[in-house]
Design a protein around this ligand. Structure first.
Ligand code: FES
Ligand code: FES
Length: 191
């Protein structure tokens, strides 16, 4: 290839690179636990990055757990615009313009967190043994209680049916959600 041809090829390659950068340089804006975050698509967020990856690996929000990484266990559950979603099955770019709540965004005295903690006390059975599934259950329970303050036992089981607990704490988890509902409703009456 002559020098002239080689320079032309280099120019062409540079222009393609420029076009790609321009197409990728799109800002992704996500509100996470009340704070607005902006990421440059193609640089800070890659098209195939999952929301779980963004939250855990990029932002250090390690409360959510990635167990199956294929939508089968619920351990990675977070809340998007009030709905429980699986962060391992959601691309980070899909969340542009949305509100995300992770377990780190809950208050320490959040009624659901308190109820799960109490269901570990002796005499209650336990809603939490190894605790690996707990953040996912807490977020799924929070989403259902925000939508339905008085769920029946069947409705609680249905709402949490996508979450697995390998320690088998299901009965106490349901009791924890019922206790959280009672606590939230009492709080509403007091106000
Ligand atoms: S890690 Fe997301 S559903 Fe299992
Ligand atoms: S408490 Fe161990 S997996 Fe649920």
């Amino acid at each position: 290839m002559s020098e002239r041809e080689s320079a032309a090829v280099q120019d062409w390659a540079r222009s393609i690179e420029g076009d790609l950068e321009k197409n990728n340089a799109h800002k992704i804006s996500i509100r996470i636990n009340g704070a607005r975050h902006e990421f440059e698509s193609g640089r800070e967020i890659q098209p195939m990055d999952t929301l779980a990856f963004l939250l855990k690996e990029r932002l250090g929000l390690t409360g959510l757990k990635v167990a199956c990484d294929e939508g089968a266990c619920g351990a990675c559950t977070v809340i998007m615009d009030g709905q429980a979603i699986l962060s391992c099955m959601t691309l980070a770019v899909e969340v542009d313009g949305h509100d995300i709540l992770t377990i780190e965004g809950l208050e320490n005295d959040d009624p659901v967190v308190r109820s799960f903690a109490e269901q570990c006390e002796p005499g209650y059975g336990t809603a939490m043994q190894c605790g690996f599934c707990t953040p996912g259950f807490v977020m799924a329970a929070k989403a259902v209680l925000d939508e339905n303050p008085n769920p029946t036992t069947a409705e609680i089981k249905e709402a949490l049916s996508g979450n697995l607990c390998r320690c088998g704490c299901y009965a106490a988890i349901v009791r924890a959600v019922q206790a959280a509902a009672t606590r939230m409703n009492a709080g509403r009456v007091e106000k």
